[in-house]
Design a protein around this ligand. Sequence first.
Ligand SMILES: [Zn+2]
Length: 435
Amino acid sequence: MDFGEKETFRGLNRATQSQRQTGSAIKPLAVLAPGINEKIFTGATIYNDEKKTFEDGYSPGNNSGYLGKITVRRALESSQNIPFVEMMQEITPKKAISYLEKMGITSLTENDEGLPLALGGLDNGITPLEMAAAYATIANDGIYREPTFYSSIVDNTGKTVLKKKQEKRTVFSEQVAYVLKKLLQQPVEGNSGTATYCSIPGIDVAAKTGTTDENYDKWLCGFTPYYTAVTWFGFDQNETIYYNNQNPAGIMWANVMSSIHDGFTGARFYQPNKISVEEICADTGEIARSGCTNTYVEYFLEGTEPEECTKHSGIKVNVHIDTDEETNVYVDNKEDLELDPDDEEDITKNNDIENNIAKNEVIENTENIENTENIVNDEYIPENTVDSENDIYEPSTGENNTESENSNNEISNEEIVDNTEEVEEEETTEESPTT
Ligand SMILES: [Zn+2]
């Protein structure tokens, strides 16, 4: 790979230093995590997505139109704004901030204590590195770990002269993390998902897009059972991004992640105990009966399941779980990794764009690929260990980590080289909606 000449010493590192507006990429962190953990709502709770003015005249729009009564899951799928502001109102911005800070966000101010926090309208913004560490909290089953760029330094005799201690803390339970993971698959797997192009065959992918006003910032935050990665795309001095109606951060994310997962064993998010899985009536957000016509599967913390549908009749519908899915083995098939041209924010098959991405943008802009705990020394633990219970942490220990845990961020070193953006501007008549 050609990284170009090094022209600046200690230049601006956009991954670690640029605080940027996050747009909707903050919704899972500021709204879903506290809401699920505090049992304020579930993935099936219904909110009314309609034009609405909140306190102090706050009246956020929905670029893609209003959907009426929808579940939290559906609101997340196409990133509907109104339901998230409603959820924030119930959580309170103060509580949301406390969660964000526990997940390692350090740049919030008292001006952020308001409803626009739900949509990522921030005073200072957040660095890509902190966003990656916060998303990794979900990927790491509720345990926040301070990002690090090295694990230890050894001298020429092999003696360890410096060992990194990573701060760790539990923010929420592995059950809450699992519910969040299953919700975050919706933007990737849903018919109206904003991140469908991020899917990787045989591997569970959780992802959320972010777009800010005037298309100044584009984000993709997400993870698999193997890796967490966050990409941001924009200009140091705000300029509107024109990129063929697509999210260039998402394109980078999809290309890098599909490439680094190439040949990996298929992997699903590990389902812990005390999770219930129910067939839900999407009209009422209640447990489906045989008379319900619009149903889907939802994941709940045990004890937070809704009642049986009060609008339709019939007997309770049981969830059909495809057990084969759990044993899927990923087969390396390049063609499956092609991005779907029908996706909302799809990628054209324009070779110029693809080549450009392959040569420059992906590497230069990929920030903070942080390993989740299953990767040791860049080598992948063989098949079936991804979901294993052997990876459970003792979050309370602040002591030195074991060697395997210490190697967690090795890949980041090379990836966070520089992310000088090289936008290939293309005139388009219409930009993609805020997602
Ligand atoms: Zn029903």
